[in-house]
Design a protein around this ligand. Structure first.
Ligand SMILES: Nc1nc2c(c(=O)[nH]1)N[C@H]1C(S)=C(S)[C@@H](COP(=O)(O)OP(=O)(O)OC[C@H]3O[C@@H](n4cnc5c(=O)[nH]c(N)nc54)[C@H](O)[C@@H]3O)O[C@H]1N2
Ligand SMILES: Nc1nc2c(c(=O)[nH]1)N[C@H]1C(S)=C(S)[C@@H](COP(=O)(O)OP(=O)(O)OC[C@H]3O[C@@H](n4cnc5c(=O)[nH]c(N)nc54)[C@H](O)[C@@H]3O)O[C@H]1N2
Ligand code: SF4
Ligand SMILES: [Mo]
Length: 768
């Protein structure tokens, strides 16, 4: 294979030295940062005190962003795969023309719905992700997925059951809550809410407040906790059910709140009455008295916020766990109150831009599609088959599914079985190496970007970020890539745009009016609206905002829709109309608070017909009742694979696959396998020794870190490792173990299809 590594060269001549505002791109918090450049190098990075939520806070990872911006794996030319599997550089016109023709042929031969779209959001890119829908629309592509479908879809589905619609997504208020509970979440390392470490320390220090952590590992967060429920891996459903049963048995419920805001309490109490608390605690490996103490502490608190994350979402009973977790705060009346859980506003949807109704299933396996996303674990099943409805082509954007989906080998096989694979990425990734064409995107610091993880309450923030640098030569921002693809596919014509071009010349008020009319008149162009905005309103923004700002026109569109959805919330933030919001968004480079809510807004925002919380999720009742006879939790213990491996732990040395260059890490460069001293002794390995780790799907070698933070029998590998990266001479070297060489697409939640990455059966042998 040809290596395509080029050391990026600068396209600027001047050397900007002023601090420029932008955001860290490494996790969903997107802390505001300021960067001082030296040429194209990130010479200095610091927290931006003016950012509304991060307020100057960053973690250590943001300081290394130069490893992303100036990675040796940056792509600088479109690549086309040769028959022998190597790649050749082609120019943009050739790439766009050929890709459009080949997608069109697949659409015309098999139907556009056979073109599957993956990615387009998450840590890869935010604003750019909004444009993939246009290309999909023109191609008639109906199915998509992204990383949320291997973590959050089960939780979204439960939100839908409890509150009416999956978009009724709740958020905690850890800054103000009395009791903070983390279930399968290690916020010290993974963050997940603003200024996480500061807030954790504040709670830990305050005797009036309490920190509860439910995790089989004594994590950095657990070390700070008042109560650590060190459950056995995969047994949270028992621990959560026991805690709920204690609330019921000791009558610690908030009856006044439940009478007013919930229905089917009696049915739920009947279910909880069937829980043998002592037995369930025993099976989860937690002390019953401690569970009772935690339940009582939660019940008497003025406010409780809970964060569930991968430790329960990527483990057995994933979706059931989400239901039980939410019942803890609902039974204690911590919904729609200060310091509790609330339904937030949003600037843009993070789902799959769902096409079609709510009861959709996948074309081959009939798997449930949640928020428009196909369960990530079933993707190879939808390809590696002779079923006539199988996917034939994939467009993959800002994600690395060969590395991040369960069973990397099956994912590679699936990509190789497709007739066309196109990857849009900044880097030559594990996934790009299986593409027919690779299109080089400009980095998130070379284009206008936005923070679409707008998940705060009562004050929600939005940050539109200016580029720090012009696009690296040879790269294009995603909106431009999609504009060219859609044009090449004949998605719209200049004539279609004429009325809007004319209106744009008459100012934004005239444009707004014409745009509304356009939406009504041209439903056929609904999916390409972001591009229509860029084409017609875009050019008028360039004078104000500078080169490349055409794409900000899409943000103007978002301001319009956000204002229609949340007029009072936006007015309370001080913006009288969508235009005022847009003005603030484009002129405040550190981000703004765009919505402010009173707490009862949460109740109003529910979408159940009676505005009551539905406490009983019918489809999960059988699984709940079956807990009583389940032992041990599935996947069943297996003597051939005696260990439970958590494949993908967040550490200070991990950042998904955004940093490819291993030299960004200060420690743990090998990505150690953590294991308990007893296990190390039984395997016959010392700290720093090497082991072979084998699962039903694969085998990797790892360096051991002996650690008593884990329970015996539980071992853990970091996420995002095992990337290969070229050294100065272009020789590729792989550091650490890629976790998904070990995982299986079969080990997944029956309902949401979320993979059990945190619960992989493994065998371990010492390597001499
Ligand atoms: N440093 C860093 N931060 C990140 C990222 C990163 O790559 N690096 N990635 C970001 C992303 S994309 C995400 S989704 C978040 C994820 O953030 P987290 O969910 O916090 O991350 P993990 O460390 O994968 O898993 C959390 C915890 O689950 C525990 N766990 C394992 N098995 C079980 C179990 O059976 N029950 C329970 N209760 N817990 C269990 C693990 O011990 C671990 O402490 O992090 C984000 N932040
Ligand atoms: N075994 C195991 N597997 C896991 C997990 C685990 O804990 N264990 N965690 C899962 C989770 S929670 C997540 S979120 C996923 C994450 O996995 P993915 O969603 O596949 O992606 P990331 O690793 O976040 O990498 C983002 C990609 O975007 C590219 N990129 C960066 N900037 C840009 C840009 O501006 N434009 C474009 N087009 N591309 C860009 C990067 O080069 C990279 O290829 O992994 C999942 N996989
Ligand atoms: S990785 Fe750290 S600095 Fe970057 S957004 Fe997340 S918490 Fe903030
Ligand atoms: Mo994630």
């Amino acid at each position: 294979m040809a290596t395509t590594t080029t050391t990026p060269t600068t396209t600027t001549t001047e050397r900007p030295t002023a601090w420029q505002q932008t955001a860290c791109i490494l996790c969903s918090i997107n802390c505001g940062i300021e960067v001082r450049l030296d040429g194209t190098r990130f010479a200095r990075v610091r927290g931006d005190k003016a950012h509304p939520t991060s307020q100057g806070y960053t973690c250590e990872k943001a300081l290394r962003l130069d490893h992303y911006q100036n990675s040796r794996d940056r792509l600088t030319s479109p690549l086309r795969r040769r028959a022998d599997g190597t790649y050749e550089e082609v120019d943009w016109d050739t790439a766009i023309t050929e890709i459009a023709a080949r997608f069109a042929k697949i659409r015309d031969t098999y139907g556009g719905e056979k073109i599957f779209y993956y990615g387009g959001g998450g840590q890869g890119t935010h604003l750019g992700g909004g444009f993939g829908g246009a290309t999909r629309g023109v191609l008639g592509s109906r199915y998509s997925s992204n990383a949320l479908a291997q973590e959050k879809t089960g939780e979204f589905w439960v939100d839908g059951q409890l509150f009416g619609r999956p978009r009724c997504h709740t958020t905690g208020d850890f800054e103000h809550t009395e009791v903070a509970v983390f279930v399968g979440k290690n916020p010290w390392q993974s963050h997940g809410f603003p200024r996480a470490r500061t807030t954790l320390k504040e709670i830990a220090r305050d005797p009036e407040r309490a920190l509860v952590v439910i995790d089989p590992r004594r994590t950095e967060s657990a070390d700070l906790a008042d109560y650590h429920l060190q459950v056995r891996p995969g047994t949270d459903a028992f621990a959560l059910a026991a805690a709920l049963a204690v609330l019921a048995e000791e009558d610690l419920l908030d009856h006044a709140w439940l009478d007013e805001h919930a229905r089917r309490l009696d049915e739920l109490l009947a279910l909880l009455g069937g829980v043998d608390i002592t037995d369930y605690c025993d099976r989860a490996g937690v002390d019953e008295e401690l569970v009772r103490t935690v339940a009582r502490r939660i019940a008497r608190a003025a406010s409780v916020s809970i964060f569930e994350d991968l430790g329960i979402q990527q483990a057995p009973h994933s979706t059931l766990n989400s239901w039980l977790e939410k019942l803890i705060y609902l039974l204690t009346g911590n919904f729609g109150i200060e310091g509790g859980m609330n339904i937030h506003t949003r600037m843009a949807s993070l789902g799959g831009g769902g096409v079609g109704g709510t009861n959709r299933v996948t074309p081959v396996g009939g798997h449930r599609i949640i928020t428009g996303l196909i369960p990530a674990a079933v993707i190879p099943d939808e390809i590696l088959t002779d079923h006539p409805d199988r996917f034939r082509a994939m467009l993959i954007e800002s994600s690395n599914p060969v590395h991040s989906l369960p069973d990397s080998q099956r994912m590679r096989d699936a990509l190789d079985a497709l007739e066309l694979v196109v990857v849009i990425d900044v880097a030559f990734t594990e996934t790009a190496r299986h593409a027919d064409y690779v299109l080089p995107a400009s980095s998130q610091f070379e284009k206008w970007e936005a923070t679409f993880f707008t998940l705060e309450f009562p004050e929600n923030a939005f940050h539109l970020r200016k580029p720090l640098l012009p696009p690296l030569e040879g790269t294009r921002p995603e909106p431009e890539i999609h504009r060219r693809l859609v044009r090449a596919l004949g998605g719209y014509t200049d004539d279609d745009l004429l009325p809007l071009h004319e209106a744009a010349l008459r100012g934004r008020a005239a444009y707004a009016e014409a745009f509304l009319a356009f939406l009504g008149d041209r439903p056929d162009l609904a999916r390409v609206v972001p591009l229509v905005l860029v084409e017609t309103l875009g050019p008028t923004l360039v004078e104000e905002l500078g080169p490349g700002s055409e794409t900000v026109a899409a943000v103007w569109g978002l301001c319009q829709t956000a204002f229609l959805s949340y007029p009072s919330s936006i007015r309370r933030a001080g913006y009288e109309d969508a235009e005022a919001l847009f003005e603030a968004v484009t002129t405040t480079h550190s981000g703004i608070v765009f919505s402010v809510d009173p707490y009862d807004e949460t109740i109003a925002r529910m979408e159940t017909p009676d505005k009551l919380v539905n406490l009983v999720v019918d489809e999960l009742v059988d699984e709940f009742q079956a807990l009583a006879s389940e032992r041990p939790p599935s996947p069943a213990g297996d003597d051939a694979y005696p260990f439970v491996l958590s494949a993908g732990e967040r550490r200070s040395s991990t950042a998904n696959t955004i940093y490819r260059d291993p030299s960004w890490m200060k420690n743990d460069t090998e990505g150690s396998l953590r294991m308990h001293p007893k296990d190390a002794a039984s395997v016959g390995v010392d700290d720093g020794g090497t082991v072979r780790l084998t699962t039903r799907r694969g085998s990797v070698v790892a360096v051991v870190e002996v650690s008593d933070t884990l329970l015996p029998g539980h071992v853990s590998l970091p996420n995002g490792r095992g990337l290969d990266y070229p050294d100065e001479s272009g020789e590729r070297e792989r550091k650490g173990a890629p976790p998904n060489e070990l995982t299986s697409t079969d080990d997944r939640d029956w309902l949401a299809g979320t993979p059990w990455h945190k619960h992989v059966r493994a065998r371990i042998e010492a390597v001499a």
